[in-house]
Write a protein that binds this ligand. Structure first.
Ligand code: PHE
Length: 352
């Protein structure tokens, strides 16, 4: 074996390694040198054929060559690995400070928003939330509210009956108002008490200002000395807070409900300026509430002694309040699940 040839081989290998510019090629090169039939492997094999005197000297040379090439190869591997990593890092760079893509986010239904506003105000007077079922008995929806059988008010309500259901409490029906919750609350908790309820009610009626299902807010307060002055203050203050105005002009008009005596309907005053409604002033009036002192018969049905206790009650339409406050024209939109309607009238969750 010629030592000169070894030197030449070493020089050419080192040059080849030096010129190599990617890891794949370097891998191939490595196997052409150190693989089964690689150049360096072949030389190592040849060592076996040398006689002992040569073996020692040439063996040391070949080993030196092998180590030298190995070292150079490993250094190149490290160099190329770092280079390729750098290349990847710069091509896959993510700018975390970039603004994010606009994302579609759902909106709060105006009725949800208004229900929260109403609940907040009524809770601040110490009223506690009470509930009743949508499918109610004739007894609680009418009889216990001082609307006896064959009373004309029963037909006034355009009731949906659930014909298959009936028992000693009468037929089942879709409640026509939330007032049955008054009876439920009194029977459950006795007097004194302060309750409010928000829930769906049903009447067979459908046009721009009436939907067969809508939402009522009901308030009830029973105590020993509660009377019409409390009712006037609560309703007026509620309206002032709800419409966020310093002064609210309200008008209590005598009216009739079988379950309250005396009864009133409440109007708020407003003014139209540039097609917009402004509440609290002006000469126009809008009805927003029915209310009154709870009829003694109703207290009795609620197991409350009318000789000892008096009650006041009021009812609002939630859609009506929402429409007036947020300028939503047609009641039907509330229940049509129309996306463009929601994006026009819905509220951001941060508006809570
Ligand atoms: N329940 C009545 C209605 O649906 C509203 C009302 C509630 C009136 C409480 C007086 C007191 O029209």
């Amino acid at each position: 074996m010629c030592l000169f040839a070894l030197d030449k081989l070493l020089a050419s290998c080192l040059l080849e390694i030096e010129r190599c510019d990617n890891l794949k090629k370097l891998d191939v090169l490595k196997s052409t040198l150190f693989g089964k039939n690689g150049k360096v492997t072949e030389i190592m094999k040849e060592l076996r054929n040398l006689d002992d005197s040569q073996k020692h000297k040439v063996g040391a040379e070949v080993n030196g060559l092998k180590n030298c090439i190995m070292e150079k190869l490993n250094a190149k591997f490290r160099e190329l690995e770092v280079k390729e990593l750098d290349k990847r890092l710069s091509s896959e760079f993510v700018d975390v400070s970039m603004p994010s893509r606009p994302e579609y986010s759902g909106k709060l239904h105006p009725l949800t928003k208004v229900e929260e506003e109403v609940s907040d105000i009524l809770s601040s007077y110490g009223f506690v939330f009470a509930e009743g079922p949508d499918i109610e008995s004739e007894y609680l929806n009418f009889t216990a509210l001082n609307i006896p059988d064959h009373h004309p008010a029963r037909t006034m309500h355009d009731t949906f009956y659930v014909h298959k259901l009936a028992d000693e409490k009468g037929r089942r029906l879709l409640r026509t108002h939330t007032s049955p919750v008054q009876i439920r609350a009194m029977l459950e908790n006795g007097a004194p008490c302060r309750f409010f309820s928000v829930g769906h009610v049903y009447r067979s009626d459908y046009d721009a200002t009436h939907t067969p299902m809508f939402t009522q807010i009901e308030g009830l307060m029973v105590d020993q000395t509660v009377g019409f002055s409390h009712l006037k203050w609560i309703v007026s203050d509620f309206l002032k807070k709800f419409f966020v105005v310093k002064r609210m002009r309200v008008r209590f008009r005598p009216s009739f409900f079988p379950f309250t005596e005396p009864s009133a309907e409440v109007d708020i005053s407003y003014d139209m300026r540039d097609g917009k409604m402004f509440f609290g002033a002006g000469e126009k009036w809008l009805e927003v509430c029915g209310c009154g002192e709870v009829h003694p018969n109703v207290l009795k049905y609620g197991n409350v002694d009318p000789e000892k206790y008096q009650g006041i009650a009021f009812g609002f339409g939630l859609e009506r309040l929402a429409s007036l406050k947020y300028g939503i024209p047609d009641l039907r939109g509330y229940f049509e699940s129309d996306e463009s309607w929601m994006s026009a009238f819905g509220f951001s969750h941060f508006a809570r």
